[in-house]
Design a protein around this ligand. Structure first.
Ligand SMILES: Cc1cc2nc3c(=O)[nH]c(=O)nc-3n(C[C@H](O)[C@H](O)[C@H](O)COP(=O)(O)OP(=O)(O)OC[C@H]3O[C@@H](n4cnc5c(N)ncnc54)[C@H](O)[C@@H]3O)c2cc1C
Length: 308
């Protein structure tokens, strides 16, 4: 017989390590994901200090409670059955400030907001990030990048909490950042803070670059709908979007999910889609492209959580 743990039983005791108002029971994750998808988290915890994060990690270790980190949910599909145990979200850790040529951002801050603060301080280097709808933590996790720039180019250090709940300050080189990857998942690090080393620049030029990149995104990407960005990796020798377009799949729907008519590489949540709609549509696209072009489309987006 499989033993099912009811993690809600830890609600009271969890209040000894994190403020009560920072813990929600049975919270719908679709309220916290950019995709607007996802069932309930048993315990949704939003610490407001680094110490609280450390204490939550130690608490989860002590009771053997699964701990899942959620940023802005812009690179994830959370299934409709939600996530068991604790979902940790660092939205309350969102300070951004500048010290000389260094921009320091807490991990729950938006990377878009960080690039705007760099502009205000006349610092150049973070322009590439001005349209990436994730958090600083999510951006480090996958070495986010766009238009020739990536986190690796500008990251100086990160403050993380490890699996034991210890605080570590790591040089960027210790995170093994490479194309859309880092060693953050393998080490189970929770990113709390990032220091970006930038250069003094010309405000007008920085702004012009950000406006140009924003314009390029707005004309090509369906930003008017929730989505998880490019769903598939680029298959060697092809473009995923072109294969999907040439398969005649644009506009194909499952429930409230649709293959974008503006950019075939995106699946958009046009009408209260469920994660099951999304996942069924992804499968449909993969099967159709395989049948027509004999190319396997590999998912870029992660799928987590329980089946409904
Ligand atoms: C319209 C659109 C455009 C996009 N354009 C780009 C683009 O140009 N370039 C690009 O690289 N990406 C792009 N993305 C994808 C996405 O925005 C990035 O991958 C982003 O970095 C994800 O951050 P997040 O906070 O949303 O992470 P989430 O989706 O919430 O999480 C992603 C992973 O990061 C982990 N994580 C989150 N926070 C932390 C933390 N503090 N510590 C440790 N792990 C953490 C999560 O556990 C999860 O495994 C786009 C997405 C959309 C919807």
């Amino acid at each position: 017989m499989i033993k099912v743990t009811n993690y809600r039983q830890y609600y009271e005791e969890l209040q000894t390590v994190v403020e009560k108002e920072h813990i929600l029971l049975d919270e719908y994750l679709k309220n916290h994901t950019y995709t607007k998808l996802g069932g309930k988290a048993d315990l949704f915890v939003t610490p407001s200090t680094y110490e609280e994060v450390q204490r939550v990690v130690k608490f989860a270790n002590k009771h053997n409670i699964p701990l899942t980190l959620l940023g802005n949910g812009s690179n994830l599909i959370v299934r409709d059955g939600g996530i068991r145990g604790i979902v940790l979200n660092l939205e309350r850790l969102n300070d951004i400030y500048v010290e000389g040529d260094m921009l320091i951002a807490q991990s729950g801050a938006a990377i878009i907001e960080s690039s705007r603060e760099a502009l205000k301080a006349k610092l150049t280097g973070l322009e590439f990030a001005c349209g990436i709808p994730g958090t600083v933590g999510g951006a480090l996790f996958m070495n986010a990048g766009a238009y020739g720039g990536e986190i690796k180019d500008v990251l100086d250090y990160a403050i993380v909490v490890n699996r034991e709940g210890e605080l570590l300050k790591l040089a960027a080189s210790e995170l093994d950042l490479s194309y859309r990857t880092s060693n953050i998942p393998a080490n189970g690090y929770i990113v709390l803070e990032a220091g970006f080393v930038l250069k003094t620049g010309n405000e007008t030029e920085i702004k012009a670059m950000m406006d140009d990149l924003t314009n390029r995104r707005e004309t090509k990407q369906p930003l008017e709908y929730p989505s998880c960005g490019s769903v598939f990796k680029r298959p060697p020798g092809y473009y995923a979007g072109k294969l999907i377009q040439d398969s005649g799949l644009q506009g194909t729907r499952v429930g409230g999910a649709e293959v974008s008519t503006k950019h075939a590489g995106f699946i958009v949540n046009i009408d209260n889609a469920t994660a099951s709609d999304y996942i069924a549509l992804i499968k449909n696209v993969q099967e159709t492209v395989k049948e027509k072009f004999n190319v396997e489309l590999e998912r870029e987006v992660k799928i987590i959580g329980e089946q409904d």
